[in-house]
Each structure stands twice: as C-alpha cells, then as structure tokens.
Write a new protein. Sequence first.
Length: 134
Amino acid sequence: MKKKESVDHISTLLGLGTTIDGTLAFKDTIRLDGAVNGKIFSEKGTLIVGERAVLEAQISVGTAIVKGTVNGHIQAADRIEIYPPAKISGDIQAPIVSIETGVFFNGNCSMSKPEPPPVEKKTMDQKADEKKSG
C-alpha cells in the first residue's frame, strides 16, 4: 500500500528542534517534527506527526497521521493512520484505524467514535460556596 497523505495543505509546521511544553490547540492541519510534552487538541483538525517527532502527549483531534514516536493516548473523531517507522505506546481510539506493517504499537485499540469531553457544570453547592467566599 502506497503512503498517501490526504491533506490539501499544511497550515502550521513545527520543525525539528522545536519543543513545546503545555497545551497545543489548533485548527486546519499541523505537522509536528519536533517535540511536544502535554496535550494536543483540535476539534476537527488534522495532526501529522513527522518521522523525527517525539510526542509525550494526550492527543484529541479530528484526524491523526502518525509516522513518529507518540507516548500517550490518541483519540480521533474521524480516523487514525499509522505508518512506519512510527512507535506508539498508548491507547488509540477512532472509528477508522489503519496500521501499516512495520509499526511498533503497544496499547489498546478501540474502533469507536470518541465521546466529547464532559462540560463542567457547577453544582448548586459549588455556586453557594463561591458566593460565601466571594
């Protein structure tokens, strides 16, 4: 099977030698070739993890295309594509998952659509406590 990236254009590129600690939120398409430690989030965007990228992150995106190293969970609303020489240590979850021969994957795979994160709702007790302290 021939490698294909079904991405029209990359709107953001974080090159080799770039390091990010914290939360990375984006829209459209982003390619990472550096290191990220933290969380990566995009409601509908596409994340491309380059061959030399090293991510220690919890990932929640629309589509994930992985060719580098990921230590952490990956959730994708649409699909996850994993190509060699990718190394993934963590669970993956998406309705469509493609893993090519030659990939290292250590974790669980769930082929279901990820649940949206719960919206924080304050209870009546929490609101009352805030009024007392505020």
